[in-house]
Design a protein around this ligand. Structure first.
Ligand code: ZN
Length: 133
């Protein structure tokens, strides 16, 4: 059902500042940025081998990422697991009694279809399922 870690989502408050560290210090380049207005967030993707880092910058104070940073500070916000069939994965998890944030897939950055599992059902980790064509 799950084939690999698609990306790790990292909440940052200042994209220019974060890019300095990731690009100049670590040498991992941003290849695309995209605003996901539904989530009030700008995402920046940094491919790294077979997976990616995703920097998440809030665009409004009521963005989920702004609330995350307010509560816990900057840092790892979610881990995205690549699935081949997101509907089948959601159905299987639902059947197993796993609490879901998204019962139906929604549109993520980069044309992906995504759905979040509730961290209360996963031992405190916010997992995103991610299907890419
Ligand atoms: Zn993500």
């Amino acid at each position: 059902m799950i084939t690999k870690i698609d990306h790790v989502g990292i909440a940052v408050s200042d994209l220019a500042e974060a890019r300095k560290f990731y690009e100049e210090v670590l040498g991992i380049k941003v290849t695309a940025t995209e605003e996901v207005s539904e989530q009030k967030v700008v995402t920046a993707f940094l491919p790294l081998g077979d997976s990616e880092l995703e920097l998440l910058v809030p665009t409004a104070p009521d963005s989920p990422i702004a609330r995350f940073i307010e509560k816990r500070g900057e840092g790892i916000q979610h881990i995205a697991l690549r699935v081949e069939n997101i509907e089948a994965a959601l159905q299987k998890l639902k059947k197993a009694g796993v609490r879901l944030i998204d019962e139906e897939p929604r549109q993520g950055a980069g044309g992906a279809r995504i759905a979040f599992l509730h961290p209360k059902a996963t031992g405190g980790v916010l997992f995103e399922l991610c299907e890419r064509k």
